[in-house]
Design a protein around this ligand. Structure first.
Ligand code: NAD
Length: 381
């Protein structure tokens, strides 16, 4: 099965490196939830394309780019060249010089160019791990199509343009999958879901659930099941990778805050005061972010308890490991013709699982639902 990466940054690079190392037997597939259980094997995944808009990455091989993130990079990544994507201001305010197809082409032309490239490359699954964007959802298919036809480069974000290109592509080849691992609402935007259903596209999204968010979901589920009343939740992250740098931009941070906070009300059914968001950038911390959680709750007879959890978590490998499953599940969904989105997949892997009217559920339940969808034996039920 053939994969294209959008955004050859930290996550995209660790995904490519880890995948190749698993294939060569150099590392065990820890961090990949459904490792050997799926009918599609990890060895069957082939990265065939990579896109970026950083002038310093375009034209280089994935090998050269990945060397910036990790020392051991398999030679096989020398064969994949980083192509020029669509930028639509996605790197604005960052110390990176951007270049995109949309500099010289209209939106429609740039999108058609991508569709042609994907046809040539015979891509099955497109994985979006670009920089977090500030965005406005479309909600209405006609508005989206109009904005693209009118070349409204202020209204459409890069992720929205890529997802639209994926719809056109899926229509031409009879089926494809778009994995949206970033906060821009795609699986939660009815405009994209309607288009996906009409065009044979599977969408997974939105925003990969990795570090503190799924852990918070499980901890609050534990308290909820015992009818302990939560008085407040504090959860923050400080990291030193470019993604945290991007999140120092207020508008981008809002996108993350929304996807991270949505779990509280969904799981508890009430919304205690909470502060849940990426809080800061500190370069020397690097990719191993510092996470901290403080939850105070009322127990029997009014007793007040408090949980404090601290951790240092490698950010990019956490998401990259999930992507190894998501691309294979994407191919399975195409084969099953489950176009639109698949909540059973999103509920386990995503912070903000689409579609829009579906809620976050405890991850321990989502895991069993996922196994059922993938036709695997229940684990603990
Ligand atoms: P990064 O900054 O290292 O990489 C992002 C890459 O995308 C960069 O190479 C950048 O040049 C490129 N890019 C930006 N705009 C683009 C465009 N329009 N087209 C193509 N490429 C583009 O960030 P990262 O740590 O790899 O994270 C990537 C994304 O994954 C972020 O949006 C983040 O929110 C999301 N995410 C990460 C985690 C995690 O790391 N655990 C969890 C959930 C979601």
């Amino acid at each position: 099965m053939r994969v294209a990466i959008l955004g050859q940054g930290y996550v995209g690079s660790i995904f490519a490196i880890g995948l190749e190392r698993i294939k060569r037997g150099e590392i065990k597939p820890y961090g990949v939830p459904l490792t050997n259980e799926l009918p599609i094997k990890i060895e069957d995944i082939e990265i065939v394309a990579s896109y970026d808009v950083d002038k310093n990455k375009i034209g280089k091989s994935v090998y050269e780019v990945a060397k910036n993130y990790y020392d051991i990079v398999p030679e096989s990544l020398k064969d994949i060249k980083v192509r020029k994507g669509i930028h639509l201001r996605s790197l604005r305010n960052l110390p990176i010089e951007a270049e995109g197809l949309d500099d010289d082409l209209s939106l429609e032309e740039a999108i058609n160019k991508l569709v042609d490239e994907w046809k040539e490359l015979k891509v099955d699954v497109i994985v979006n791990v670009c920089t977090t964007e500030s965005f406005v959802p479309f909600n209405n298919k006609d508005e989206l199509i109009k904005a693209i036809k009118e070349d409204n480069k202020e209204r459409v974000t890069a992720t929205q343009a890529y997802a639209y290109a994926a719809c056109l592509y899926a229509n031409e080849v009879g089926g494809a999958c778009f994995v949206n691992a970033i906060p821009t609402l795609i699986a939660n935007d009815p405009a994209f879901l309607e288009l996906a259903k009409e065009n044979n596209l599977v969408i997974f999204g939105d925003d990969g659930a990795t570090g503190a968010t799924p852990l918070t979901a499980d901890v609050i589920t534990h308290l909820c099941q015992r009818n302990r009343y939560i008085r407040y939740i504090v959860q923050f992250n400080i990291g030193g990778n470019t993604d945290f740098l991007a999140l120092t931009d207020e508008e981008r941070n809002k996108s993350k805050e929304y996807t991270k906070s949505s779990i509280v009300k969904d799981i508890l059914g009430y919304e205690p005061p909470h502060y849940i968001k990426p809080t800061g950038y500190l370069e020397p911390i690097g990719d191993r972010k510092f996470i901290s959680m403080d939850i105070e709750y009322i127990s029997f007879n009014g007793a007040v308890d408090e949980l404090i959890i601290n951790g240092r978590i490698n950010d990019s490998p956490a998401l990259a490991g999930l992507l190894v499953d998501l691309v294979r599940l994407g191919k399975m969904a195409i084969d099953k013709k489950e176009f639109g989105t698949v909540y059973e997949v999103n509920a386990f892997y995503m912070k903000n699982p689409g579609p829009k009217d579906k809620k976050n559920i405890p991850r321990i339940i989502a895991y069993e639902k996922l196994r059922m969808w993938a036709e695997l034996k229940p684990r603990w039920l």
